[in-house]
Design a protein around this ligand. Structure first.
Ligand SMILES: O=C(O)CCC(=O)C(=O)O
Length: 280
């Protein structure tokens, strides 16, 4: 990891936004060239899935997509975003889950049905006994298509809902919970969101296919949430990326890491001592 990444550390204002609203938008995180190249890779994945039988009118949810392209793997430790992730979570982190979503136009008229609002992590939300629930993980969503207007299959959130363990949904099944808003993201925007922030996808009523790459970072003692066959990438990865792709010396090191387990800690100790101190 390059020291130039330090210029992208989480600012105080960004931290405040993330802590207060449960999400943070970073516009122009990807350059036009990056967007074009990642879109080409995404389109290839989609075309292959359609050729293999995926219904082209349905959204494609494709986990474990990193091995499909080195460009996808490169975002694991992307210098403009990773410093914001460790700025929130510290150094004992890895990618526990990643998925690519392509949402083609639904071809259906608009309706007012309540979307699929949820917090991430399934049973974690039933089985952890604390209030409010702990953060544990966050996701970074890289927007490749333009969802800067509503109706394009936008990602929706309820700002500030991350400290609420329950959500009141409309009893009629019509309309959205109070406070729900579409995230209006231009191509190239990265949206970091706390897993507890109540969020949802929405139908794509537009003519524009929606494309997003999701990277979920959690603590190293959390299990993967998809098959994550990223071990094949370990050999070609530098030590920090290898950590982020799940490598470790042994099982105990996920709980009580040595420096060998967590090169990100070693790097921060050397290059950003104040960050290192704050995560001790
Ligand atoms: O596709 C979306 O906009 C939402 C994705 C989502 O709910 C998730 O990653 O947990």
């Amino acid at each position: 990891m390059n020291v130039s990444s330090l210029q992208y550390r989480l600012t105080d204002a960004e931290r405040k936004t993330f802590e207060e609203t449960g999400y943070l938008m970073v516009e122009d995180a990807l350059s036009p060239d990056q967007i074009a190249a990642l879109t080409r890779e995404t389109d290839q994945v989609y075309a292959k899935k359609v050729a293999a039988g995926h219904d082209p009118h349905q959204a494609l949810f494709y986990p474990n997509f990193l091995p499909d392209s080195s460009l996808f793997a490169d975002l694991t430790d992307y210098e403009k975003i990773l410093p914001k992730v460790w700025g929130v979570m510290g150094w004992n982190i890895y990618l526990y889950h990643a998925h690519l979503i392509v949402t083609p136009p639904s071809g259906k008229p608009r309706d007012n049905k309540t979307f699929g609002w949820h917090q991430d992590s399934g049973r974690v939300n039933q089985e952890i006994e604390s209030y409010p629930r702990p953060r544990l993980s966050l996701k970074v969503a890289y927007f490749l298509s333009d969802t800067s207007t509503e109706g394009r299959g936008n990602f929706w959130v309820i700002p500030g809902s991350h400290l609420e363990d329950t959500l009141e949904r409309p009893a009629t099944g019509e309309g959205q919970p109070e406070g729900g808003v579409p995230v209006l993201a231009k191509p190239g925007t990265a949206v970091l969101f706390d897993r507890r922030t109540w969020h949802t996808a929405s139908p794509n009523w537009s003519e524009v296919t929606r494309k997003i790459l999701f990277y979920g970072y959690g603590y190293r003692w959390i299990r993967t949430k998809d098959d994550m066959t990223v071990q094949t990438l370990w050999e070609e990865s530098d030590p920090i990326r290898r950590q982020l792709l799940g490598w470790g010396v042994n099982a105990n090191g996920y709980y009580s890491p040595t420096d060998e387990d967590v090169p990100l800690r070693v790097w921060l100790r050397e290059h950003s001592p104040e960050s290192f101190e704050s995560f001790k």
